[in-house]
Design a protein around this ligand. Structure first.
Ligand code: EPU
Length: 293
């Protein structure tokens, strides 16, 4: 297929997506592209539309489970430094969609700006974090948003003010666009105080979550006023394995890829956990992760 001509970089074929997800699971993408800038992104989106090829946008690959087979789609990764820029204006920060949350937090500390500390330890990039409205109980990234700049699938760019965006617990209506960047509102604070808060969030994560082995973060959303991890734990499911996938012994809402797990192992384990939880507590757990296939 000759759709390469008008693009600035090379389209890769059969790129192993397991190398682009925090779960380290997933088959190859039929096409894989890392655009150079907005014009190049617009061009590849238009080409994909013309050729009727499905498009997936990859950030840090932290909240997805990619199936084991060939993914008949174009995976676009916003990995070029162009998509990771951070700039400050008074107490506002403008962040590119491909920027890792860890990098954003470091920059905020440097500028003495507080408000994003609770994102510490979330292994995502800005775009995915906005789509999922990432956060912790009672604090979500959507609360910081002033506006989000998006591109539609025809390559047209527009700015959505916060009043035009719907954020809810672990979801938003941003997934119908490609996120380019966002403006977040923070507050000036003493740097030592920011670092203290940051360390407390990190410490909680280190003590309570399985951060050393590949996972996709929490697998299920928390039911209202409850913790999915606590419920799964109370069903005695910690350590339960299927193939290479295991319910973490540290936090029961994490599934760990402990031995070259397949996506099917994870899906079977998700289904087993859902069934046991339903049987023992009557609660229907809703997955938080997105499945690509
Ligand atoms: N708990 C257990 N057993 C477990 C896990 C938790 O009993 O295996 C208990 C804890 O002891 C605590 C309560 O459940 O009393 C809540 O646990 P935790 O503080 O770990 O919070 P969570 O509700 O399980 C949520 C988010 C996490 C976020 C933490 C930060 C969701 C689905 N999870 O977890 O987000 O890091 O708060 O405290 O909203 C993610 O979304 O991917 C994620 C990891």
């Amino acid at each position: 297929m000759n759709w390469q001509k008008s693009l600035k970089n090379k389209i890769k074929t059969k790129e192993a997506l397991k190398n682009h997800t925090t779960f380290r699971i997933g088959g190859p993408a039929r096409y894989f592209y890392e655009p150079e800038d907005y014009a190049d992104l617009a061009e590849v989106l238009k080409l994909a539309k013309k050729l009727r090829i499905r498009v997936f946008i990859l950030g840090a690959g932290s909240n997805i489970l990619v199936l084991d087979r060939l993914i008949n789609a174009l995976a676009i990764k916003l990995s070029n430094p162009f998509f990771k820029k951070i700039s400050f204006n008074a107490n506002f920060v403008e962040v590119g969609a491909g920027c890792a949350l860890s990098q954003l937090i470091r920059a905020c500390v440097k500028h003495g700006l507080s408000g994003a500390e609770f994102l510490a330890g979330i292994p995502g990039a800005l775009g995915g974090a906005l789509i999922m409205n990432a956060g912790i109980p009672n604090k979500n990234i959507g609360d910081l948003v002033e506006n989000v700049v998006v591109m539609d699938y025809n390559g047209k760019i527009k700015t959505l003010p916060k009043t035009k965006i719907k954020f809810a617990y672990r979801k938003s209506d941003l997934s119908k666009h490609v996120i380019l960047k966002a403006n977040l509102k923070l507050i000036k604070k003493n740097r030592n105080e920011i670092i203290k808060a940051l360390n407390a969030y990190m410490q909680h994560r280190k003590l309570t979550q399985d951060l050393r082995r590949p996972s996709a973060g929490c697998i299920f959303k928390n039911p209202k006023n409850e913790s999915a991890g606590r419920i799964i734990d109370s069903c005695g499911l910690k350590g339960r394995k299927i193939g290479g996938a295991m319910v973490s012994k540290i936090h029961a809402n994490f599934i760990i890829n402990h031995a070259k797990a397949k996506a099917t192992d994870v899906l079977k384990l998700v289904s087993l956990v859902k069934k046991q939880v339903k049987k023992k507590s009557g609660i229907d757990l809703e997955p938080e992760i997105k499945i690509w296939g």
